[in-house]
Design a binder for this molecule. Structure first.
Ligand code: CDP
Length: 245
């Protein structure tokens, strides 16, 4: 894309990142459960400048019927980016990237959902990215978990997601768009806190074994922060008077 007029400083001499955060500080996160009256469950998340809406439908009949499974329910996930969600208009047709992200989110959610409880049916998760700013798969996965819980789908736990990465030779929590583009590594992580299980782990970049370990630990810290906000979103919807008992 050519040279920049002013060089981007990913980490300054005081350890402050390009958006003013400390190395272990996530962006501002807001999660709301519910909101879509025609969906069985829904959620909205703002994760920094990412804005994502998720609608869940089901368990419901599968058409065509031969796509169903007599032993278990099936999960279908569609991650979709609005053409206006990024600076350079995105073609509305499904891209390879959207197909990949739909697949990894589906696989990250499957271990959390008790699909065997509703054979022959499908649960559909529709993810609409309204605004993207790096880390949409993690934000979408976290919101999808809340939307599934909001739909009353039996789950072992919610999957909380957050990325860690490396920029300016330092392991950082919650990689933003600039750090993703100009940094050294991006590692999105999906994690189920109650079972201590990782259900999503991708890595774009190169890390030493020590950095890899630190990156996973840092990402899990972020997931735990997200998890508290997921629970808060559900508590706010279902116990509006603040009584979560
Ligand atoms: O969003 P996530 O980090 O999970 O996935 P990515 O493929 O690493 O994309 C990083 C970021 O690139 C997205 O969050 C968007 O902000 C941006 N992007 C874009 O500007 N135009 C696209 N067509 C796709 C992504």
């Amino acid at each position: 894309m050519g040279g920049r007029d002013t060089e981007l400083v990913l980490l300054d001499e005081n350890g402050i990142r390009c958006d003013g955060r400390k190395v272990d500080e996530p962006r501002r996160i807001m999660i709301k459960a519910g909101g879509l009256k025609n969906a069985d469950g829904s959620a909205y998340i703002e994760f920094g400048d990412n804005k994502i809406l998720v609608g869940v439908f089901g368990p419901r009949d599968v058409h065509p019927k031969h796509m169903s499974n007599t032993d278990t329910g099936i999960l279908r996930v569609r991650y979709h980016m609005e053409p206006f969600s990024v600076t350079e208009r995105k073609n509305p047709a499904p891209s390879r990237r959207e197909i990949e992200i739909s697949k990894v989110i589906k696989e990250a959610l499957e271990p959390a959902i008790m699909l065997d409880k509703f054979p022959r049916t499908a649960v559909d998760v529709y993810i609409e990215v309204l605004q993207a700013d790096g880390g949409t798969r993690c934000a979408a996965l976290s919101a999808a978990s809340v939307a599934l819980a909001d739909a009353g789908i039996p789950m072992r736990d919610m999957v909380a997601a957050c990325a860690a990465g490396k920029a300016a030779d330092t392991i950082i929590l919650d990689v933003n768009n600039e750090e993703d583009q100009a940094g050294q590594a991006d590692m999105p992580i999906g994690y189920m806190p109650s079972t201590d299980k990782i259900t999503l782990l991708q890595l774009d970049g190169v890390l030493t074994p020590e950095e890899f370990k630190k990156c996973v630990e840092t990402g899990i810290k972020g997931c735990k922060i997200v998890y508290e906000l997921q629970k808060k979103a559900l508590t706010e919807k279902y116990f509006a008077n603040g009584d979560s008992k």
